[in-house]
Ligand binder design. Structure first.
Ligand code: NAD
Length: 441
């Protein structure tokens, strides 16, 4: 049993803290957000993540998991501290490091015993060195510490499963801090996943390169989808045919409204910024971001094509979270599309199984509806923005009858064009050739 402190109790910190506690460790998670800690201590979950609530409750009851705003409390017995604070997009796409810097400084001022400090936040190459300097410069008296980069690869929506069965754990350190990386490896051993030990900067780069590669696959298939629309091919079949090639594989070849969330958009931009700063020419990364923005605009363009001017028209958006199984709306394509349409004068009615409270706080202009059928009532068009399962089995006749005009823009290709047409919809998917896009076949 190890004593672990987790700084930052968001999607990454709460999942890591909880799952490490479930492995039998003693964990205290710290956050500066008093309301978040109060709500956790009152038994409420600040985020929606499948399966997490049960594990939190189990470990709180067992006395292995606690939540606090006090660094003193969190670090009192800690041998390991994970930094899991946000690194949002800053100016010009650069990663904002003020939360990491503040967390490191507070750790330095508060620590009373030797400590392994682990950077889990996604941070630009070189941040590990910066954290070492911040710790050294802020310790009232020198206490031994080591800094390790251990980038996080979990996916929201399946974060617990991803913690338990990671594809790999990457640990980066300087040669002087290798002892600290070895210590971190010990707490990951029970997961029985490959552990890759490397240097600090390489570990930081692995995270950015991984996300940029996945985002590139998505922008690639979105570009192919747009070409399919022009040439009358079906991108779903194209992606399937490509994916059987073992060199390509099926993952991350689903065309749609573009990637969103708290990671891909900002990480691609941060890598682009880092590259340009270092004198490199990140032309592919620039294109990945550009295609992603274009993909949202395509939805508005398709609506314009079918409805003419959207001013005064009502558009229902089904799904507001950036993807299914999460309440996270950061960089959500649906919200970008809503904002674009609102700017053009449309009225937006929205529904999402779990992301409506977050959306209402962010975009009060969207009329929140009690379910999908309520959302499409009187709508001139419906856009499917998130592929939640419950949108796949809707009573489509009821949907069609509730709408003023049965126009459906299926931004996630969850329906079959032919079926939707036979049900009387004017249907547009993404990249589905003449049958699902462009002129009716
Ligand atoms: P988040 O915004 O959900 O949580 C961050 C938390 O840190 C917040 O609760 C905030 O109050 C807290 N915080 C900020 N400053 C603090 C401080 N000085 N001391 C203590 N707490 C502080 O963010 P997240 O989604 O959990 O992401 C955290 C990091 O992990 C980011 O760098 C992100 O890029 C990376 N990451 C996220 C995911 C994901 O799916 N969310 C996946 C991989 C990596």
């Amino acid at each position: 049993m190890k004593q672990i402190c987790v700084v930052g109790t968001g999607y990454v910190g709460l999942v890591n803290g909880t799952c490490f506690a479930d492995l039998g460790n003693s964990v205290v998670t710290v956050d500066i957000n008093q309301a978040k800690i109060d709500s956790l201590n009152a038994g409420h979950m600040p985020i929606y993540e499948p399966g997490l609530r049960e594990i939190v409750e189990r470990n709180v009851q067992a006395g292995r998991l606690r939540f606090t705003t006090s660094y003193e409390d969190g670090l009192k017995d800690a041998e390991f501290v994970f930094i899991c604070v946000g690194t949002p997009e800053g100016e010009d796409g650069e990663a904002e490091l003020k939360y990491v810097r503040a967390a490191a400084a507070t750790i330095a001022k508060t620590m009373t015993r030797p400590l392994v400090i682990i950077n889990k936040s996604t941070v630009p190459v070189g941040t590990g060195d910066m954290v070492s300097n911040v710790i050294r410069n802020n310790q009232p008296t020198p206490i031994k510490f080591g800094v390790v980069s251990c980038p996080e690869f979990l996916r929201e929506g399946s974060a617990v499963q991803d913690f338990v069965t990671p594809d790999r754990t990457v640990l980066g350190s300087t040669p002087e801090d290798h002892w600290a990386a070895e210590a971190v490896a010990q707490i990951y051993l029970p997961l029985r996943a490959p552990i890759m030990m490397t240097d600090l900067r390489t570990a930081e780069m692995i995270k950015y390169a991984s996300n940029a590669f996945l985002a590139t696959r998505l922008s690639f298939i979105n570009e192919i989808a747009n070409i399919c629309e022009r040439l009358g091919a079906d991108v779903i079949e194209v992606a399937r045919g490509m994916g059987f090639d073992k060199r390509i594989g099926h993952h991350f070849l689903q065309p749609g409204v573009g990637y969103g969330g708290s990671c891909f958009p900002k990480d691609v931009k941060a890598l682009t910024f880092m590259a340009a700063e270092a004198g490199a020419h990140p032309q592919l990364l620039n294109a990945v971001t550009e295609i992603n923005a274009f993909q949202r605009k395509r939805v508005a363009d398709k609506l314009h094509e079918l409805l003419g001017d959207v001013s005064g028209k009502t558009v229902a958006i089904l799904g507001l979270a950036f993807k299914e199984n999460t309440d996270d709306i950061r960089e959500s394509p649906s919200l970008d599309i809503a904002a674009l349409l609102i700017r053009r004068g449309a009225i937006i009615r929205g529904y999402d199984p779990v992301a409506m409270p977050n959306t209402a706080a962010e975009m009060p202009e969207i009329v929140m509806c009690k379910d999908s059928y309520d959302a499409v009532k009187g709508a001139d068009a419906v856009v499917i923005g998130t592929p939640w399962n419950e949108f796949k089995q809707l009573d489509m006749e009821r949907v069609r009858n509730a709408m003023t005009t049965p126009i459906m823009i299926d931004g996630r290709n969850i329906h079959e064009p032919e079926r939707m047409k036979s049900l009387g919809f004017i249907y547009r998917g993404v990249g589905r050739g003449y049958n699902g896009d462009g002129a009716d076949a």
